[in-house]
Design a protein around this ligand. Structure first.
Ligand SMILES: [Mg+2]
Length: 298
């Protein structure tokens, strides 16, 4: 009886139900009010699982850690072998032999963890937004990807220079260097080559990193490259599934030797390759193209 009366009294209290409301077994002002019924649906977002995996799964952390640890184990071999160079021959315009050693890192999801920014997009239901991205970068709150600090320390202890080629815009350089240093990396002022870096005698196409890689290659033998996207290692043109497969096949021997790939299921050039790189297409159309790419059998 109480269960049936309580909601009735709450509903009618302003309509003269006070007499019922003072019954000993009736709800009082101290009785907790039931929480509102949950929304019928939880907003869906294609990035929910990917961001949660990167933020909460020990498997993700272990994967990054083992990548950098395996790279440390290859460092001495790479230093000793004077023919060892991690630039694709197409991008190597000068002999590497005899040059001082360096390694090249991408920044985002290779060295710095920006998953809180991705998490904000999932919560808001938004997509990449330049202003929100710049605001996040300027917070300087990204943390280090597991293992990178140990690798950087091991490389620098062997006299290897560190360079960071990023598609963060050059105007985000101060915040980026601050953030890299705040996580414990020993970064020189000229070690960051952001989007917009001018490279003499090299024509850079959009956000491609090939000219910046060449710039470093002119003065250094590149022992290793680290990235979370294929374009961090070599120019990918066109960004199609077929060309990406071909680059993978051509460089199979370099992965885990000269090229080291960090996991990033949250975003990256693999995704637009599935919808003709057309971000102007409506979100549903892009999602439909991705569903079309699912393989339900081998
Ligand atoms: Mg990246």
């Amino acid at each position: 009886m109480r269960l049936s009366l309580a909601p009735l009294c709450l509903a009618l209290v302003l309509a003269g139900c006070q007499r019922e409301a003072v019954r000993a077994d009736a709800p009082t002002a101290d009785t907790p009010v039931a929480a509102p019924a949950p929304a019928a649906t939880v907003p869906a977002d294609d990035n929910l699982n990917a961001v949660l995996w990167m933020q909460t799964a020990v498997e993700y952390r272990a994967n990054s850690l083992q990548t950098y640890r395996a790279a440390i184990a290859q460092l001495d071999r790479a230093l000793k072998d004077k023919s060892w160079d991690a630039l694709d021959p197409v991008e190597r315009g000068n002999p590497a032999r005899g040059l001082p050693p360096a390694v090249i890192f991408d920044v985002d999801e290779t060295v710095l963890d920006n998953s809180p920014y991705q998490a904000r997009l999932v919560q808001s239901g938004g997509e990449y937004n330049e202003a929100l991205w710049a605001a996040w970068v300027n917070e300087r709150k990204a943390t280090a990807i597991p293992g990178v600090l140990e690798f950087a320390k091991a490389a620098q202890a062997r006299g290897v220079e560190l360079f960071f080629i990023s598609n963060r815009a050059v105007d985000l350089k101060p915040a980026t260097i601050d953030n890299l240093r705040s996580v414990g990396l020993n970064v020189k002022d000229d070690a960051f080559l952001g989007l917009g870096t001018v490279v003499p005698e090299c024509e850079q196409d959009g956000s491609d990193k090939n000219c910046r890689r060449q710039l470093i290659g002119r003065k250094y033998r590149v022992l290793m490259q680290f990235g979370d996207q294929l374009g961090d290692f070599v120019q990918v043109a066109p960004n199609t599934p077929g060309n990406r497969d071909a680059i993978y096949d051509a460089h199979r021997d370099w992965f885990g030797q000269r090229w080291w790939v960090l996991s990033n299921p949250s975003y990256g050039s693999w995704e637009p390759a599935l919808f003709d790189n057309n971000y102007r297409a409506p979100r549903d159309a892009r999602r439909a193209a991705k569903r079309e790419a699912l393989r339900v059998a081998h």
